[in-house]
Design a protein around this ligand. Sequence first.
Ligand SMILES: *[C@@H]1O[C@H](CO)[C@@H](O)[C@H](O)[C@H]1NC(C)=O
Ligand SMILES: *[C@@H]1O[C@H](CO)[C@@H](O)[C@H](O)[C@H]1NC(C)=O
Ligand SMILES: *[C@@H]1O[C@H](CO)[C@@H](O)[C@H](O)[C@H]1NC(C)=O
Ligand SMILES: *[C@@H]1O[C@H](CO)[C@@H](O)[C@H](O)[C@H]1NC(C)=O
Ligand SMILES: *[C@@H]1O[C@H](CO)[C@@H](O)[C@H](O)[C@H]1NC(C)=O
Ligand SMILES: *[C@@H]1O[C@H](CO)[C@@H](O)[C@H](O)[C@H]1NC(C)=O
Ligand SMILES: *[C@@H]1O[C@H](CO)[C@@H](O)[C@H](O)[C@H]1NC(C)=O
Ligand SMILES: *[C@@H]1O[C@H](CO)[C@@H](O)[C@H](O)[C@H]1NC(C)=O
Ligand SMILES: *[C@@H]1O[C@H](CO)[C@@H](O)[C@H](O)[C@H]1NC(C)=O
Ligand SMILES: *[C@@H]1O[C@H](CO)[C@@H](O)[C@H](O)[C@H]1NC(C)=O
Ligand SMILES: *[C@@H]1O[C@H](CO)[C@@H](O)[C@H](O)[C@H]1NC(C)=O
Ligand SMILES: *[C@@H]1O[C@H](CO)[C@@H](O)[C@H](O)[C@H]1NC(C)=O
Length: 416
Amino acid sequence: MKLSHSLAVLIIAWFAVIGRIQAVTLEVNEGNSTCIKAELSASFSITYNTSNSTRTAQFSLPDSATVDTGSSSCGTDNSSPWLVALFGPGHTLGLSFSTNGSLYNVANLTLQYNLSDTSIFPDANSSDVVTVVSSSVGIWATINTTYRCVSPTTFSVGGATVTFSDMRLEAYMPGNDLSPTESVCTADKGSPTAPPTTASTTTTPAPPPTPPGTPERGTYSVNNSNGTVCLLARMGLQLNFSYFSLSQNKTVQELVNLSPNETSVSGSCEASSASLVLIQEQTTTLNLTFTLNSTSNKYRLSAITLLANWSDMTVPFRASNDSLDYLRSTLGRSYMCNAEQTLTVVPTFSLNTFRVQVQPFEVTTNQFATAEECQMDQTQMLIPIIVGAALAGLVLIVLIAYLIGRKRSHAGYQTI
Ligand SMILES: *[C@@H]1O[C@H](CO)[C@@H](O)[C@H](O)[C@H]1NC(C)=O
Ligand SMILES: *[C@@H]1O[C@H](CO)[C@@H](O)[C@H](O)[C@H]1NC(C)=O
Ligand SMILES: *[C@@H]1O[C@H](CO)[C@@H](O)[C@H](O)[C@H]1NC(C)=O
Ligand SMILES: *[C@@H]1O[C@H](CO)[C@@H](O)[C@H](O)[C@H]1NC(C)=O
Ligand SMILES: *[C@@H]1O[C@H](CO)[C@@H](O)[C@H](O)[C@H]1NC(C)=O
Ligand SMILES: *[C@@H]1O[C@H](CO)[C@@H](O)[C@H](O)[C@H]1NC(C)=O
Ligand SMILES: *[C@@H]1O[C@H](CO)[C@@H](O)[C@H](O)[C@H]1NC(C)=O
Ligand SMILES: *[C@@H]1O[C@H](CO)[C@@H](O)[C@H](O)[C@H]1NC(C)=O
Ligand SMILES: *[C@@H]1O[C@H](CO)[C@@H](O)[C@H](O)[C@H]1NC(C)=O
Ligand SMILES: *[C@@H]1O[C@H](CO)[C@@H](O)[C@H](O)[C@H]1NC(C)=O
Ligand SMILES: *[C@@H]1O[C@H](CO)[C@@H](O)[C@H](O)[C@H]1NC(C)=O
Ligand SMILES: *[C@@H]1O[C@H](CO)[C@@H](O)[C@H](O)[C@H]1NC(C)=O
């Protein structure tokens, strides 16, 4: 192999306009010429095992990321160009490219992470270096143009997700700088700042269509490390939040139902807190945390976090509140509410629940314990009783009026 790469790394770090995610510049060189150049911000979401539960680590590609000169290459006849960014102790992000002469694409996206890094993966029960690969990521561009995608786009790689934003990259470069002509991803189309485009590229994901109606009821459970169910929930969920829509160029209010069959479930159970994490199509993450007050033996839904990262958004939507007090019940019981409830999290986000039954603690034999029903259901049960009582009262009044009337007319006869 007559490849002698002298690889230079230029790192430009600045705070992204919003979000404070660092952008990193990475270059792969061969001789004096650059073949791959990428400017991007990336953030990762990785689920890993602790000794007694699973956890999700969320972190960004640091500005100290460098090109791994050992693995990166401009490609040969039998190997593809490969950009490998190295960060921290043994974490890497790799992009491998291929071309057919008129288009080039990211052929595979590789993420390698080192579970021994306790700063990112505290309490991981393994010290393995895990490698996950995703092919056909859908990053395409015309050759001799720069692929541009400022909008955040999320890719799932194994059990992890990688979200790129502020991305500009080019492979098979004709010069040493990014080509001035750009291939703009669909997510950026319609953006007010979008310059003229040369070729269209496709990226995932499209924002969920505006469906609603009542959401389907899903059954979700979280397992302990020993495989026993520790949190059990059955409910329909609907998100109600507002964000700035790129395609409509205005703030829109969106109602989104969670579809149980498109939702992946994870979570954790600890002695006094339990959480349920629902991820819909890698773009929408809802985290519900229950806490137990062991003095009063009552539990409640104490924290709700929503992270939505749709291509129609300028920045990912994040909303979180950890001092909530919803779905209260007693330890050893489940909480039930058939009536629709609106759980306000922040002014721009509320969660609507439908036909909820949940038990975050002391689940035995995979079944709900006796339910404590919410006030609203009890009130709703009262309605027929009240209506019945009112009707009975009405009948009584009519009867009394009739009797009085009859007595009066009787008296009338006597005066004649
Ligand atoms: C790279 O550039 C240096 C100086 O700019 C030049 O001396 C050298 O010959 C070049 N190498 C190649 C392989 O072009
Ligand atoms: C966590 O443990 C489960 C069960 O042993 C295993 O199937 C899964 O692959 C592990 N997850 C990770 C991220 O290591
Ligand atoms: C991903 O691309 C790299 C570089 O081309 C290659 O070494 C690796 O085998 C590829 N992995 C998969 C699963 O295709
Ligand atoms: C993983 O991290 C540990 C601790 O930081 C380090 O000793 C080890 O060399 C790392 N593994 C790799 C492959 O870099
Ligand atoms: C490259 O692939 C694209 C999309 O599949 C196709 O439209 C184009 O004709 C191909 N170009 C060549 C030279 O094969
Ligand atoms: C790309 O640019 C190089 C150098 O300018 C040129 O030789 C090549 O033909 C161009 N390729 C295409 C497909 O336009
Ligand atoms: C978006 O709306 C603003 C103000 O309403 C307007 O100035 C701007 O031109 C609009 N942009 C697009 C791309 O429609
Ligand atoms: C780590 O925990 C998972 C479940 O949480 C378990 O399946 C796995 O065997 C554990 N691995 C080690 C190395 O202890
Ligand atoms: C599983 O683990 C939980 C707590 O981690 C414990 O309460 C329970 O008894 C265990 N069940 C079995 C079958 O070992
Ligand atoms: C999920 O269920 C809905 C309605 O039941 C159906 O329309 C949709 O195709 C399903 N999606 C998947 C991925 O199975
Ligand atoms: C799970 O493990 C962590 C650390 O190893 C410990 O602090 C916690 O109490 C454990 N939780 C349960 C429910 O055993
Ligand atoms: C737990 O409940 C007791 C009794 O209702 C209350 O005094 C205490 O403040 C609660 N503790 C927490 C942490 O909420």
